[in-house]
Structure formats: structure tokens, C-alpha cells
Design a protein. Sequence first.
Length: 115
Amino acid sequence: VQLQASGGGLVQAGGSLRLSCVASGRFFSIKDMGWYRQAPGKQRDLVASITSAGNTNYADSVKGRFTISRDNAKKTVYLQMDSLKPEDTAVYSCNADFIPWGTSWGQGTLVTVSS
């Protein structure tokens, strides 16, 4: 199984970006999907997650600004990021809990927010 993330880039503070992460390969289903980020010199932290039923969870730092969603038919999870701040600059990675294979990670996509 593979996860392919896209949508990162350079944006000014206050701007928006939409990240996408598409799953491929042979699997029965996907349970939870999520986005994490790692800033230079810091640990990787959860940004947002979403269950197969659509229940969501957000880090306090992004609540009200970021929205996670998924399209199960397209095997894709999205992260809409609005009102971006320079402190949102990080490498963003997606992950998914595949049935029956377990958790897998996609490659990161860099988001840079300029002030």
C-alpha cells in the first residue's frame, strides 16, 4: 500500500493551501486517516485526524483554521488550511490505518508560510 501526498508550497501569511493524500494498493478498507507535521528541529505532531465515519480531531493550534475531510470512494484525505501563519511552516505527512496491513505513512510535502 502507498500514500501519495501533494499540495504543499509557498504561501503568504493569511493565505490558504489544500493538501491531498491518495491511497493506492491492495487493501480491504481504511480506518483512521490523518495529517502530521514536523517543523525544523521539532518533533512530528498530529495536526488532524478523521475516522472512517467522519469524526474529526484537531490540534488546538489549528482549530478553526484547518479542516480535514476524506472521500472514501477516491481513497483520499484532504487538509484545507486557511489563515495560514508562519508557525504553520513544516513538512506535512499523511498516514492511514489500512485493513489488514496496519498504519502506513506517505512522503512529506513542504508547506512554507512567509510573513
